[in-house]
Design a protein around this ligand. Structure first.
Ligand code: GLN
Length: 454
C-alpha cells in the first residue's frame, strides 16, 4: 500500500510507470502475508518490484514502450518474472523505457520521457534517467519500488543505474533466460536487476537467474548464493585498468572518480595493474552494425497481423506499410533501416560479417587479460553524469547519444558480466558510477568488489 501510494503521488512527475497493477499487487501481497504468517515463503516474499515493459507479463499490458504493441497482453509470463513471483515477489506494474530498448536517455518511449528524480545543486532543470531502462532506474531511485527488472543490450542497465545512484548488474550472457522478453538484439540482450544497493542486486539476481528449456542460450550452471560473496576481502585480487578507456575528452570528474575507485581497492588490499584491450575503439561501431542487424530481423514480426496496432490499407502490403509507418518511432525506424542495409546482398560481407569478426577480437582481448591473471576490470560506467531532458546536442546528433555507451557495449559484445555501482557525486551533486567487468559466470567477484566500493 505504501508503494502504491508513493506511485500515485510521484509517478505523474516522474513518468516511470506506464502501467500500475494495484489489483495484482494487493492479491500477491495478501498471499505473501498468509505465507509469512505461517512461517513459510520464498527469498523475496512480499517484496514489491517494478517490471520493465520489455518483459512479457501474463494478462498485463506489455508494449516495449512502442505504439506498435498497443493493447498487447501476452498469454505467457517471461521466465525471469515467473522466477521472481515463484520466490514471493509482488508486482507493482510495468516500467517505462526507450522504445524496444533502443536509446540511452529514455526519450524514445511512445509514452514520453522519464524524469530522473535527481536535480543538480541549485537547479530545477529536469534530467534524463538514462536508458533504455530509465523507468526501472527512476522508480528504484525515487522509492517507487524496492527493486526492478531491467535489460541490457549495450548498457541499458548500467548507464541508467549510474545516472540515478543505483546499482545495476548485467550478468553473463546466458545467466538469465531471455524467454518471454521482447527481443532487441538476441545475441547481446540480457536481463538483470536495478536495485538500491549491492546486497539487493545480489538477492534479486539469484532469483532471476536460471537455466531454461525455452531458451537454449541459457546456461546450465548452478546459481551461487551471490549475497554470500558480500564482505569477502579483495586482498590479493588483481584489478585491471584498461588504458584504452582513457578516451579523448573524458571529463575531469570522471577521471577523478576512476582514480578514487583505484585508491579504494588498493587500500582494501587489491593489486592494481594496467591492462590493454586494443580493440576497444571498434566496439561502438561494430555494436551499431550488429545490434540494428539483429533488431531489423526481430522487428519484422510487427506487421499488423499478429500483435497490437493495425493501420488500414487497401491491400495487405499497404496495411503492413501503414502499420509499420504509424507504429514505429523515429529511432526504431533508423535502426531497422541500418540493419536492413548491413544485411543486404552486397553489403553483408563488408559490414555484418566484418563486424562479427571484430567482435571475436574484442572478446579475445578480454580472454587475454583474464588469462594473464586479472580477476576484475575497473572502468567508469559512463562518460558523464545525467544530462538534461531534450538536450540539444544529444537529440540533434544520434552519434553523440550512442557515445554514452562507450564504456558499456564491449561487455555485451564479449558476453561478460558487468556491474555499475554508485561511487560518489560530481561537482553539481549528481551521482556518478563505476563499472566492474568480470570473467564469464563470475558475478560473485563483481558483487564482492562492488560492495567494497559502494
Ligand atoms: N543505448 C544502447 C542502444 O541504444 C543500448 C541499449 C540497450 O542496452 N538496450 O542500443
Amino acid at each position: 500500500d505504501a508503494y502504491l501510494g508513493a506511485i500515485e503521488q510521484a509517478n505523474p512527475a516522474l513518468n516511470a510507470y506506464v502501467t500500475v497493477t494495484p489489483d495484482q499487487a494487493s492479491a500477491m501481497a495478501k498471499a505473501s502475508d498468509e505465507k509469512l504468517a505461517k512461517g513459510e515463503g520464498g527469498a523475496l516474499e512480499g517484496i514489491p518490484l517494478g517490471v520493465k515493459d520489455l518483459f512479457g507479463t501474463e494478462g498485463v499490458h506489455t508494449q516495449a514502450a512502442s505504439h506498435i504493441l498497443d493493447g498487447f497482453k501476452p498469454r505467457y509470463e517471461s521466465t525471469v518474472t515467473a522466477n521472481l513471483w515463484a520466490d514471493g515477489a509482488v508486482m507493482l506494474g510495468k516500467l517505462n523505457m526507450d522504445e524496444f530498448a533502443m536509446g540511452s536517455s529514455n526519450e524514445t518511449s511512445h509514452y514520453g520521457p522519464v524524469i530522473n528524480p535527481w536535480r543538480a545543486k541549485g537547479s530545477n532543470k529536469q534530467l534524463v534517467p538514462g536508458g533504455s531502462s530509465g523507468g526501472s532506474a527512476a522508480a528504484v531511485a525515487g522509492f517507487l519500488c524496492a527493486g526492478a527488472t531491467a535489460t541490457d543490450t549495450g548498457g541499458s542497465i548500467r548507464q541508467p543505474a549510474a545516472f540515478t545512484g543505483t546499482v545495476g548488474i548485467k550478468p553473463t550472457y546466458g545467466r538469465c533466460s531471455r524467454w518471454g522478453i521482447v527481443a532487441y538484439a538476441s545475441s547481446l540482450d540480457q536481463a538483470g536487476p536495478i536495485a538500491r544497493d549491492v546486497r539487493d542486486a545480489a538477492i534479486l539476481l539469484k532469483s532471476m537467474a536460471s537455466v531454461d528449456d525455452k531458451d537454449t542460450t541459457s546456461v546450465d550452471l548452478p546459481v551461487p548464493d551471490y549475497e554470500a560473496a558480500l564482505g569477502r576481502s579483495v586482498k590479493g585480487m588483481k584489478v585491471g585498468i584498461p588504458k584504452e578507456y582513457r578516451v579523448d575528452g573524458m571529463a575531469r570528474e570522471i577521471e577523478d572518480l576512476w582514480q578514487k575507485g583505484i585508491a579504494w581497492l588498493k587500500d582494501a588490499g587489491a593489486e592494481i595493474v594496467e591492462v590493454s584491450l586494443p580493440h576497444t575503439r571498434y566496439a561502438l561501431p561494430t555494436y551499431y552494425i550488429i545490434s540494428p542487424a539483429e533488431a531489423s530481423s526481430n522487428l519484422a514480426r510487427y506487421d499488423g497481423v499478429r500483435y497490437g496496432l493495425r493501420a488500414p490499407g487497401k491491400d495487405i502490403v499497404e496495411m503492413y506499410e501503414n502499420t509499420r509507418a504509424a507504429g514505429f518511432g523515429k529511432e526504431v525506424k533508423r535502426r531497422v533501416m541500418i540493419g536492413t542495409y548491413v544485411l543486404s546482398a552486397g553489403y553483408y560481407d563488408a559490414y555484418y560479417i566484418r563486424a562479427q569478426k571484430v567482435r571475436t577480437l574484442i572478446k579475445k582481448d578480454f580472454d587475454d587479460v583474464f588469462s594473464a591473471g586479472v580477476d576484475v576490470i575497473l572502468t567508469p560506467a559512463t562518460p558523464s553524469a545525467a544530462f538534461g531532458i531534450a538536450d540539444q546536442e544529444m537529440t540533434a546528433d544520434p552519434v553523440k547519444m550512442y557515445l554514452n555507451d562507450v564504456f558499456t557495449v564491449t561487455v555485451n559484445m564479449a558476453g561478460l558480466p558487468g556491474i555499475a555501482v554508485p561511487a560518489g557525486l560530481d561537482g553539481n551533486g549528481l551521482p556518478l558510477g563505476l563499472q566492474l567487468i568480470g570473467k564469464p559466470f563470475e558475478e560473485e567477484t563483481l558483487f564482492q568488489t562492488a560492495h567494497v566500493i559502494e
